[in-house]
Design a protein around this ligand. Structure first.
Ligand SMILES: N[C@@H](CCC(=O)N[C@@H](CS)C(=O)NCC(=O)O)C(=O)O
Length: 253
């Protein structure tokens, strides 16, 4: 009999890796329980060794969290979910489309270092114009070209890369969120794709929760000062305005 699933995640405002499997399961209707460990918290220190073999999140537990079977690292979690729920459409059914989807995911997992480090996911904040170095813009140009070509070949007449929402789209939810936070110039078709990602039910739910979080994690905030501290912004207190629509991404992902 299938064992209940628990996904261990980090802060919803910041943890881009956590967002991906959470959104994939939520969007495709795979039941699971969420266990959040906030970064730099007592809860994290008390439980991370038991709940994560790598001291990183996300981790997928089958059965008792900390006592059942653990799959860690986002790509492995996606593959384990596909093994457990082969009929949910985690990957496209066509073989070549599936290979392309896995290529996009692997390519992102191991690439785009400038984009990932200069634009950490920060759903509740807006930093338009920040982080847009030539290296970052080259990453964005390359990634949005892949999106355009993939949608033209496999996703035509659909808002997603391969027709139905798949693991590949889940991988790019944090990217769409980063683009909403930092507002780099984007081609029109990339804007359309990001809008569709940010409008998914899963992303809306995650973002709503993220905006209620108040923890300030300095390593994910290169463009803001801790509350009450003056420095990067020149203002003692910064409270980000509510986002116009939605979005996400961070901790290097
Ligand atoms: N390659 C891993 C990366 C996981 C990762 O770096 N997670 C970050 C949060 S998004 C983390 O757990 N950081 C722990 C910490 O910063 O203390 C994956 O794909 O899941």
């Amino acid at each position: 009999m299938a064992q209940p699933l628990t996904l261990v995640i980090g802060n919803k405002n910041y943890s881009s890796w956590s967002l991906r499997p959470w959104a994939l399961m939520t969007e495709l209707g795979i039941p699971f329980v969420e266990r959040m460990l906030k970064f730099d918290s007592e809860d994290w220190e008390a439980h991370i060794d038991r709940l994560s073999p790598t001291r990183l999140v996300p981790v997928l537990w089958e059965g008792e969290p900390g006592g059942g079977f653990a799959t860690f690292d986002t790509s492995a979690i996606v593959e384990r979910l596909n093994d457990l729920h082969p009929a949910r459409g985690i990957w496209p059914s066509d073989g070549r489309a599936r290979a392309r989807a896995r290529s996009l995911v692997a390519n992102f997992h191991s690439g785009y270092p400038a984009l990932r480090s200069a634009m950490p996911m920060n759903i509740r904040s807006r930093h338009p114009g920040k982080g847009q170095s030539p290296e970052v813009m080259a990453d964005i140009e390359g990634l949005t070209r892949l999106w355009r070509d993939t949608r033209a070949e496999y996703g035509a007449h659909s808002p997603y890369l391969f027709g139905n929402f798949s693991a590949a789209d889940a991988y790019f939810l944090p990217v769409a969120s980063r683009f909403a936070t930092y507002e780099p110039p984007l081609p029109a078709e990339a804007q359309d794709y990001c809008r569709a990602l940010l409008d998914t039910m899963a992303m809306r739910r995650w973002s709503t929760a993220a905006r209620l979080e108040t923890e300030f994690v300095a390593m994910d905030e290169p463009y803001a000062d801790p509350p009450g501290v003056e420095g990067k912004t020149g203002q003692a207190v910064r409270q980000a305005p509510p986002p116009a629509i939605t979005s996400t991404w961070s901790r290097g992902a």
